[in-house]
Write a protein that binds this ligand. Structure first.
Ligand SMILES: C[S@@+](CC[C@H](N)C(=O)[O-])C[C@H]1O[C@@H](n2cnc3c(N)ncnc32)[C@H](O)[C@@H]1O
Length: 210
């Protein structure tokens, strides 16, 4: 994704610790310890936050936490919650490579991976968020029966991810190559999803459990 520098983004993030935590390598956040009772659902690579914002409004009984590594992107999500605060929505400005510093073992109920960067070159395989390296972290963090929900327009990344899941091993409980023609499945669109739907691109989705 091409990134535009947003002036003042760093400052704004620093000024709103009630909505966003700025993570740096070595900071143990263990954010789940600060959340009372509610099940925790996270989105990794949340971009500007439209998806989580909609889910948080509809599901006050769930605590949503969005993770995004770039200031200039996550600041757009922050602006939305400054304007309309939701007490069940928090953000982490941080890199998913450090997920084990964000939460304790067995603390999450659901992980959303939405339109993840595809990293098409073989030499970048380890950066894909469905590489076994990441699945191992999700395995540690998810509660028994916790779920991974994965959506993408990218057919190659989808097929790679399905194979990665099957060989971990995990179980796929739902799979479609055309989410928008499956009217049995509840769906909230992300920003990227809206763009691809306008181009009439099929959207792939799976749900998986360990
Ligand atoms: C293609 S965008 C999709 C944004 C949003 N999920 C959507 O569907 O509209 C992927 C996002 O994931 C973020 N991202 C990629 N790798 C990440 C990582 N390791 N940790 C945190 N965020 C990451 C990128 O910065 C980017 O904003």
């Amino acid at each position: 994704m091409r990134l535009r520098h947003v002036k003042g983004a760093k400052e704004k993030i620093k000024n709103h610790p009630e909505f966003i935590i700025d993570h740096h390598k070595g900071d143990d956040l263990f954010l789940d310890e600060k959340i009372d009772e509610k099940p925790i659902h996270i989105e990794i690579g949340m971009g500007k936050g439209q998806f989580l914002f909609t889910l948080a409004k509809r599901n006050p009984e769930i605590q949503f936490i969005g993770i995004e590594k770039y200031d200039s992107v996550i600041v757009r999500a922050l602006e939305k919650v400054i304007e309309e605060p939701l007490d069940n929505l928090l953000f982490i400005r941080g890199d998913a490579n450090f997920l084990l510093e964000f939460f304790n073992e067995n603390s999450l109920e659901r992980i959303y991976l939405t339109f993840s960067d595809p990293w098409p070159k073989n030499r970048h395989e380890k950066r894909r968020l469905t590489h076994h390296r990441f699945l191992k972290m999700y395995d540690t963090l998810l509660k028994p029966n916790g779920e991974i929900h994965f959506k993408t327009d990218n057919d190659t990344l989808f097929n790679y991810s399905v194979e990665s899941i099957k060989s971990y091993p995990m179980t796929l409980t739902y799979l479609t190559h055309d989410l928008h023609r499956d009217d049995t499945h509840f769906n909230v669109m992300t920003e990227f999803e809206e763009k691809f739907i306008k181009l009439d691109k099929n959207i792939n989705k799976f749900v998986a459990k360990f």
